[in-house]
Design a protein around this ligand. Structure first.
Ligand code: CAA
Length: 258
């Protein structure tokens, strides 16, 4: 049973699925939808059966942005007091890998949500953009920061200042997405890759993800220290013993996530 109003959540074969589910308005992201998304991610993060989380959108869009109807009458002080983006911040604390499967539009807040994923697989006909400038505003859920860290100042400027929509081919060339896939194969290919990750030792996956994220914010020195501690930490795991023993014994390892 789906207890959510704006998303659909399911789980199978070690994968957790979160699907944005307001297709009539191209999955425009309203505030209750953000709460549902964040809570669903946190539940999957606590669920031992789920190893990898896939985020996608129902219908012809991943998400066409934050819900413009909801915010059009807002004042600055309302927004300050509402402090809504702290909910988005919780996505950065999800420990399991998140793969975004993007079809159709990923615009504004929808693109920002996609940028919260660890990897992006997109349909060849997907399009990405930050149209906020055309509405007299700007991205507010990390767009200027995450995109710039990902692709550098000049390219981010072009994208953010123009408000133009870019193709999946362009996003691939600039390193925003990992794969551009025929639309009919998007979910199949994404799941295939997610299952590969799900078969790996979960603690390694967890600490690799954490370390890569630190590389974005830390100096090289700090990042190297962080990586090293995580490397040492894995030697406290049963999976490290099993992984190395299996190699020596020339057999397949059986990882337990401990
Ligand atoms: N908010 C609310 N409703 C939206 C929406 C949004 N962001 N995007 C689309 N919709 C609604 C439309 O109003 C329309 O509803 P009705 O059928 O009730 O009229 C329905 O979704 C279908 O949309 P269109 O008829 O416009 O479909 P289209 O194919 O002609 O155009 C589109 C598609 C180019 C994506 C167009 O819908 C569009 O430009 N959407 C707005 C994109 C946008 O500006 N996003 C940024 C929002 S601001 C933001 O995200 C701030 C932030 O950083 C947090």
């Amino acid at each position: 049973m789906n207890k959510h109003e704006y998303i659909a959540v399911s789980e199978r074969d070690g994968l957790g699925f979160i699907e944005l589910n307001r297709p009539k308005v191209l999955n425009a992201i309203n505030r209750p939808m953000v709460s549902e998304i964040v809570e669903a991610f946190e539940e999957f993060d606590r669920n031992d059966n789920v190893k990898v989380i896939i985020l996608s959108g129902k219908g012809r869009a991943f998400a066409a942005g934050a819900d413009i109807d909801e915010m059009s009458e807002d004042g600055a002080i309302d927004l300050e007091l509402l402090n809504q983006f702290t909910e988005w911040d919780r996505l950065a604390w999800i420990k399991k890998p998140i793969i975004g499967a993007v079809q159709g539009f990923a615009l504004g807040g929808g693109f920002e949500l996609a940028l919260c994923c660890d990897m992006l697989f997109a349909a060849e006909d997907a399009s990405f953009g930050f149209p906020e400038v055309n509405l007299g505003v700007m991205p507010g859920a990390g767009g200027t920061q995450r995109l710039t860290k990902l692709i550098g100042k000049s390219r981010a400027m072009e994208w953010l200042l123009s408000g133009d929509r870019f193709t999946a081919a362009q996003a691939l060339q600039w390193g925003v997405i990992n794969r551009a896939i025929a639309p009919e194969l998007l979910m199949e290919e994404t799941e295939k890759f997610a299952k590969k990750l799900a078969s790996k030792p979960p603690l390694s996956i967890r600490l690799i993800k954490e370390s890569v994220h630190k590389a974005v914010d830390y100096s090289l020195y700090e990042g190297m220290q962080y990586e090293r501690k995580n490397f040492y930490l894995l030697f406290a795991s049963e999976d490290q013993k099993e992984g190395m023993k299996a190699f020596v014994e020339k057999r397949k390892p059986h990882f337990k996530g401990k």
